[in-house]
Ligand binder design. Structure first.
Ligand SMILES: O=C(O)CCC(=O)C(=O)O
Length: 280
């Protein structure tokens, strides 16, 4: 990979803010090839869904979420295991070995609503202080009009806050006004195509509504440091599928090592599938 994509300045920025932007990880040819593969998977998995965006649940109005595409498409597997991407994740987190926690398409349709502000790590039954990082890859770039992301600087240092039910937004809790954030406000990031926007698992983030006429196409890969343990019995498909009990280290065919890049790339688990719910 191009080492300049994650120089020490970017690492320092990530450590201070809990988010950072890198470029030069994917060539435009790679992005086009991988993006087309993600498009095909999203189309295939949603082939029978003919609803307009306004007819969908509030959660589905934020985005079409298709998870674990690496398990059902060899080209998306190359995307999710891209060595430049994984090396950047390891450098930003400062760890030697990473597992693939999940990959997914988040396609915010034209007219799609905002994504409610939340932290990711608190959704999952693993150590809430685990080194975990998301690569948010806007296949066409992102603008405030199309569904850009915003991040509260330094919020990853506030520790785990209350989980936000991003599927309904019925609760009075607004994480953006949590006193733990000390009044910090979100920074909006408009990312050009070819860049990757990174956030820590505890960074408070949100995305704007898509007021354009085109779907905002995003692919994300979430990386988890090797050696993290399950801490809670809550059901979670990838942990349960691999028989990981409370206290066990997260590992298994559905949660493979992704850095250092394995060769050959691992085969998908015997039972493939996407879990429904606030998984990101
Ligand atoms: O793309 C979005 O609208 C939200 C993405 C998000 O919350 C995430 O990647 O953790």
């Amino acid at each position: 990979m191009n080492k300049s994509a994650v120089g020490q300045d970017v690492v320092a920025e990530f450590q201070a803010n809990g988010f950072a932007v890198t470029d030069n990880i994917f060539s435009s040819a790679e992005l086009e090839r991988f993006g087309a593969a993600v498009d095909r998977q999203v189309a295939e998995r949603n082939a029978t869904d003919k609803r307009e965006v306004g007819e969908k649940t509030l959660y589905e109005q934020s985005f079409i979420q298709c998870m674990r595409l690496w398990e059902t498409d060899a080209l998306v597997r190359e995307f999710a295991f891209h060595s430049g991407l994984a090396e950047a994740a390891a450098t930003l987190l400062g760890v030697e070995r990473l597992r693939l926690w999940q990959d997914q398409a988040l396609y915010k349709e034209a007219g799609g609503r905002e994504t409610t502000a939340h932290q990711d790590l608190v959704f999952w039954p693993i150590d809430p202080e685990a080194p975990l990082i998301s690569a948010w890859i806007p296949l066409d770039g992102s603008t405030i009009e199309s569904g850009a992301m915003a991040y509260v600087p330094g919020s990853h240092l506030a520790g785990p806050l209350q989980p936000v039910d991003i599927t309904h937004r019925t609760e009075p809790y607004d994480i953006l006004t949590d006193p733990a954030l000390g009044g910090a406000t979100p920074t909006w990031i408009e990312a050009p195509a070819g860049s990757v926007v990174w956030h820590h698992g505890l960074t408070v983030h949100q995305a704007s509504a898509n007021t354009t006429e085109h779907t905002r196409r995003v692919f994300t890969v979430v990386f988890l440091a090797d050696g993290v343990r399950r801490t809670k019995p809550w059901e979670l498909m990838p942990l349960d599928r691999d028989g990981i009990d409370v206290g066990d280290v997260v590992a298994g065919p559905g949660l493979p090592i992704v850095w250092p890049t394995p060769s050959p790339l691992p085969e998908p688990p015997a039972v493939v599938g996407q879990a429904i719910g606030p998984q990101h």
